[in-house]
Design a protein around this ligand. Structure first.
Ligand SMILES: [Zn+2]
Length: 236
């Protein structure tokens, strides 16, 4: 696909910056762009055929969301969240998601249930598949479930918070997740949907908190000191 053509059309600078931000964000979340990767304004500008001002604006949006880190005189890089930051992301989710779940128990209707079922089907499909692409798709789909929950709850401001938290979580899971372990237990999502459908607030909120605990417990949140060649190979 011709990236430049997609972004050259008559669009407002803000719209173009937003579109570039969305594309870069997807690439960061599904780990095609890895933590620490350099994101040069000039390169982003050339790739998407936009001015450096627009490229900078897209990178600033990502910096604001915590997905990109900017260093004076060195430029922008894909963020490399510390274990402490990772813990704070999940602490925030434990505060926000029970509230979203409570509201979703009131707002859920037949259409929302159908959307949840379609979402669960997609997750099952990715879970059954193997390999790095499937794992990336699975991390993305797991996040989509939580965004759907916020969408059903209908509070736009909370949805924005969740977009940031889910994006940050995906980055953290990609960095610290144990390979081969599912980021979000599929059966737990199913149980949450069942509780929502029954409008059982107490059960739904207890399940979402337990679920967030499990996601965090699946991570190895230790800082990893840089290893020398000798460290890596003398152990084997
Ligand atoms: Zn989940």
């Amino acid at each position: 696909m011709n990236l430049a053509a997609e972004f050259r059309v008559d669009r407002l600078p803000d719209d173009r910056a937003q579109a570039i931000r969305d594309r870069l964000r997807d690439a960061i979340i599904d780990r095609r762009l890895t933590p620490g990767a350099k994101l040069s304004e000039a390169e982003v500008g050339t790739l998407f055929d936009v001015s450096r001002t627009i490229a900078r604006s897209a990178l600033q949006m990502l910096t604001f969301e915590g997905l990109v880190r900017t260093e004076r005189n060195r430029g922008a890089f894909v963020a490399n969240p510390s274990p402490e930051e990772a813990k704070q992301v999940f602490a925030s989710r434990r505060l926000i998601e029970p509230g979203i779940t409570t509201t979703a128990c009131e707002t859920i209707d037949a259409r929302a249930i159908a959307e949840f079922n379609a979402q669960l089907d997609r997750e099952e499909l990715y879970l059954a598949a193997r390999g790095p692409d499937a794992r990336r798709a699975e991390i993305k789909a797991s996040g989509d479930f939580h965004l759907l929950l916020a969408t059903v709850a209908g509070n736009q401001i909370l949805l924005r918070f969740m977009e940031e938290l889910v994006a940050r979580s995906s980055l953290v899971i990609a960095l610290y997740g144990r390979s081969g372990v599912s980021a979000c237990g599929h059966s737990e999502h199913r149980e949450i949907v069942d509780a929502l459908e029954a409008r059982d607030v107490k059960r739904a909120t207890a399940l979402i908190v337990r679920h967030i605990d499990h996601i965090e417990a699946d991570l190895e949140l230790r800082s990893r000191p840089a290893q020398s060649l000798r460290d890596v190979f003398s152990a084997s």
